[in-house]
Design a protein around this ligand. Structure first.
Ligand SMILES: Nc1ncnc2c1ncn2[C@@H]1O[C@H](COP(=O)(O)OP(=O)(O)OP(=O)(O)O)[C@@H](O)[C@H]1O
Ligand SMILES: [Mg+2]
Length: 436
């Protein structure tokens, strides 16, 4: 008996150590981010590490050069594992062992993401019975199997609300009495081959993937508050090639869309209009608002043809504003057509690299006609200044999501039979040594 108790205790210890530190990898089309966090107490998260590198080998969410992408991930892991100065707290949490990135939670995004709202029902009994947790699982499993299709992987099946006979809008139907259980669901799926290619690249870098999370949903964990999600809020995560648009109301995700525009489109527009290289266009984009609005002021640009040219800041502003208008117009149309713009009582929150663009928040607010807020990273503690930057919204959000999921997961036997046998032998030896 003593032996069994000791085994369970040791197993609990192993599980805690194994599940306490969570790492996420957010492979963006422009930058790849690696974040790490640990649970603190019962409901808090501490972000202990965050690093980012320029992405290589991916375009339009498709792996174009797996070797380059693998190298990029390896460089990022080295950056995080080697940067001990900044990671004191991490090293402390890891009991002074070196950080090893063995497994991660992978975010996934891009135009191949599809979402759908649906309903699913389960007949419980002829006579009213209490709805159990098992009934809810059965309903979700049935919905999942009905929605499964070739070359698509369901990454999230999120309940919006449950109904038990006449009782509507239930967040948790467990314990309610009825004959029929119905659920409104929001499904997020991705192209299976795209996901597998990405997982293969991560595996080639010597890292295993614990789970996959849609990047927009991940960002919502760090950029939105519970109050906003209840009142009705639209999150726009502006990346380099896509904008993840999500609408939350009454605490659940109601609508999602991946809009095929991003910060890179503005860079390409500048490069084309000014005949400059992509790198130079990128620099001009970063400073376009900080330049004096004065026609006497000239910007000297080196053209692709190696000639030099002078332009006035107003010309650059006109080029950027034209593209920005196009992007904002497209997003507004999408939000209006789906009928969510008028329902977002808490307005719009923006995150991602493009949200840092000078004057963008104000411009978007004026154009959309609803309140627009620059996303403030929240819901975690950290002594890393970088953790406050919403460049990491998806990466840090993925860590928060994973820790939350692990907390709510029922504790399972995590060791394989052989490991348990080894553990028993080890414990018997320990007991023998203790007593004799
Ligand atoms: N101050 C700024 N002004 C304008 N654009 C900026 C600024 N800072 C960063 N960006 C742009 O943000 C983009 C990178 O943002 P982010 O890291 O969120 O994208 P990503 O995750 O790599 O892309 P995606 O999510 O679309 O795959 C780059 O295109 C970069 O030019
Ligand atoms: Mg991104």
């Amino acid at each position: 008996m003593i032996c069994v108790l000791k085994i369970l205790f040791l197993e609990g210890k192993i599980m805690n150590n194994g599940s306490s530190m969570v790492l996420s990898l957010d492979i963006g089309s422009d930058r790849t981010k690696l974040c790490a966090g640990v649970p603190v107490g019962n409901d808090r998260v501490e972000i202990c590490a965050a690093a980012m590198v320029k992405t290589k080998g991916i375009s339009k969410s498709v792996v174009t050069n797996s070797d380059e992408l693998t190298e990029c991930i390896e460089a990022l892991v080295k950056k995080l594992e080697g940067n001990k100065k900044k990671l004191k707290r991490f090293v402390y949490v890891a009991k002074n062992k070196n950080i090893k990135v063995n497994s991660i939670y992978l975010t996934i995004g891009g135009e191949h993401i599809l979402t759908v709202n649906s309903k699913s029902a389960l007949r419980l009994s002829e006579r009213p019975v209490l709805v159990s947790r098992h009934d809810v699982s059965r309903l979700m499993d049935t919905a999942k199997s009905l929605q499964r299709c070739v070359n698509r992987e369901i990454i999230h099946l999120l309940p919006q609300e449950f109904m038990v006979d006449g009782y509507k809008r239930l967040k948790d139907p467990e314990g309610v009495c009825g004959c029929m259980l119905t659920a409104k669901l929001h499904t997020i799926s991705c192209e299976a081959s795209f996901m597998q290619n990405l997982i293969n690249v991560v595996n080639n870098a010597g890292i295993s993937v614990e789970d996959v999370i849609y990047s927009g949903l991940a960002a919502s964990f760090s950029a939105l508050t519970k109050q906003q999600k209840h009142a009705g809020v639209i999150l726009l995560e502006f990346g380099a090639e896509t904008v993840d648009a999500l609408f939350f109301k009454e605490d659940s995700l109601q609508w999602t869309s991946v809009i095929p525009f991003g910060a890179k489109d503005i860079t390409l527009e500048i490069a084309e209009n000014l005949s400059v290289t992509f790198m130079q266009a990128e620099q001009l984009k970063m400073q376009y608002k900080s330049m004096p609005d004065d026609s006497m002021y000239k910007i000297i640009v080196k053209k692709k043809s190696a000639d030099y040219n002078t332009i006035i800041p107003q010309y650059l502003t006109a080029v950027v504003d034209k593209k920005l208008f196009e992007i904002m117009f497209f997003i507004k149309k999408e939000l209006e057509l789906s009928g969510i713009l008028s329902k977002a009582d808490a307005g719009i929150v923006i995150s991602g690299g493009m949200s840092f663009m000078d004057g963008f928040t104000a411009k978007l607010q004026e154009f959309m006609g609803v309140m627009v807020k620059f996303g403030i990273m929240r819901g975690f503690v950290s002594n890393l200044p970088a953790a406050g930057s919403n460049f990491y919204a998806a990466g840090i959000g993925a860590v928060m999501y994973a820790i939350d999921k692990n907390r709510n997961k029922p504790v399972k036997m995590s060791m394989r039979r052989r490991d348990i046998f080894r553990q028993i032998v080890g414990n018997v030896k320990d007991m023998y040594n203790d007593y004799f």
